[in-house]
Design a protein around this ligand. Structure first.
Ligand SMILES: *Cc1c(COP(=O)(O)O)cnc(C)c1O
Length: 234
């Protein structure tokens, strides 16, 4: 088994253990393999090991990889855009990705909807919540959620699937859980109002257990699968 296949199996086992500890079915939690900065060869190894769902942060890099894997055409892959999105890059996301996790204003949502090609399924979107209320982070406050949700849900090129957050790093499990629980409560309320909502993108390497205990349905893991990132070439 190569290193990436081995790492993937370990991460899957961690998801399984975390789900079992809180009495959830492990199939409720999707592993999003975050492949930013990693070459196509590394992704191909993950695909060979059975991984089908990938997350990218940089628009052009992600589009290059999507095109490459579409062209070799082995198996269908699902691509999630998880980075901060500027208006001038929205078209590439709308035309190539399956999901966007970082919708945090109407202007971006409207552009994505208008730019989504008519022959593609609606773009699946998550609204990003700035749950730790950090000045530097993107995302809306929970108080802004209802208004943005109503607007996004009405856009024909988008399908509102749920919420995403990147909580501030926090070593203490109970405090991680409290933040994740706030997200889970907002998610449950949203799900009640919109039948298309089924996804809570929450949990990374260091807070995955708390996120799964709170009800996350998608964890985003990069380094534990692909190894440390090298940003020197960017
Ligand atoms: C990079 C990134 C991840 C993965 O981070 P790792 O620490 O490599 O597991 C998850 N979510 C988002 C939004 C990211 O940008």
């Amino acid at each position: 088994m190569n290193e990436i296949a081995h790492n993937l199996a370990q991460v899957q086992n961690k998801i399984l253990a975390a789900a079992e500890r809180c009495g959830r079915a492990p199939e409720e939690v999707t592993l999003l393999a975050v492949s930013k900065t990693k070459p196509a060869g590394a992704i191909a190894e993950a695909v060979a090991a059975g991984q089908r769902v990938f997350g990218e942060n940089y628009v052009q890099e992600g589009v290059d990889k999507i095109r490459y894997f579409a062209q070799i055409g082995e198996v269908p892959l699902e691509w999630h855009f998880i980075g901060p999105l500027q208006s001038n890059k929205s078209r590439l996301v709308a035309e190539h990705f399956d999901w966007c996790h970082t919708v945090d204003r109407l202007r971006i949502a409207t552009r994505l909807s208008e730019q989504r090609p008519a022959d593609m399924a609606p773009l699946n979107v998550l609204m990003q919540i700035n749950i730790s209320d950090e000045q530097s982070k993107s995302g809306i406050a929970l108080s802004e959620l209802d208004a943005l949700a109503a607007e996004v849900a009405a856009l024909p090129g988008l399908r509102l699937r749920g919420l995403m957050a990147i909580p501030a790093p926090e070593p203490d499990y109970e405090r991680q859980l409290a933040v994740c629980q706030k997200m889970a409560d907002a998610f449950a309320a949203l799900k009640n109002r919109y039948p298309t909502v089924d996804t809570l993108s929450l949990g990374m390497t260091d807070d995955m257990d708390a996120a799964i205990a709170a009800g996350s349905t998608m964890v985003r893991i990069g380094t534990a699968i692909f190894g440390a990132r090298d940003y020197s070439a960017r």
